[in-house]
Design a protein around this ligand. Sequence first.
Ligand code: SAH
Length: 255
Amino acid sequence: MINSDNNYMNEADFSALLADVFKQNGIEKYATEENLHKFYRFACILREENAKYNLTSILSDEGIALLHFADSLAAADLIPAGASMLDVGAGPGFPSLPIAIVRPDVLVCALDATKKKTDFIAATAEKLGLDNVTVINDRAESDKMREKRESFDFVTARAVAGLGVICELALPYAKVGGRFAALKGENADEELKGAQSGAKKLSARIVGNEKSQLVYKTANGATSNTRRIIIFEKLSPTPSAYPRAYAKIKRSPLF
Ligand code: SAH
């Protein structure tokens, strides 16, 4: 059960909970002692900073363990060894920071339009001793971001915008042959209408569309969340007209 009181677990209990959540979701290999310690510290920092300014509404032990940490790792195994990764609209660092914790070989760049969020990510990465994290405080569609086009092996985005919008914001940054993983929820079927032809305009195609359940069962009951990972492969450079100005993208998404 996801509780919402303020009596948070100590490190030993949180680590045991997180290890159990990872096990129930087939990612127990990431539950090393060192990683569990970093995840516990990350949860503490998230709550501390959230008391000063709003970063997330999910703050309970189970909520953070399942809906932030385990969920962020949905795409962790899909990232090639030694890859460069861009997380578009990273917010307080999801999925970028959990991926940076469990994949020290991956160079993670977190992009967000809000400075307090990129500042939070940079400060948290430093406190956790993660030297594979950089941040960019900008909008994905800004002119300044043009220099980063076609330069990441792997691009992620979770909970940023509808699929048609986020594809236009994210796909220009994937290298040719690279991939974009859109982490979506239950309603992805609706968003997938016209996605293959929309992706084509951005010089990409859908190569994966996986539905799975994120689960956590306890003696008190079970929590389950449907998730969908839609994977795009970049076929050639995205035409320079994309991404368009944000107002245009919102007004007439490619799909
Ligand atoms: N990925 C995080 C945050 C989701 S909230 C998570 O799953 O928890 C969406 C975030 O996207 C916000 O922090 C917002 O600032 C950022 N964002 C929205 N549109 C953006 C754009 N065009 N460029 C960069 N960041 C954007």
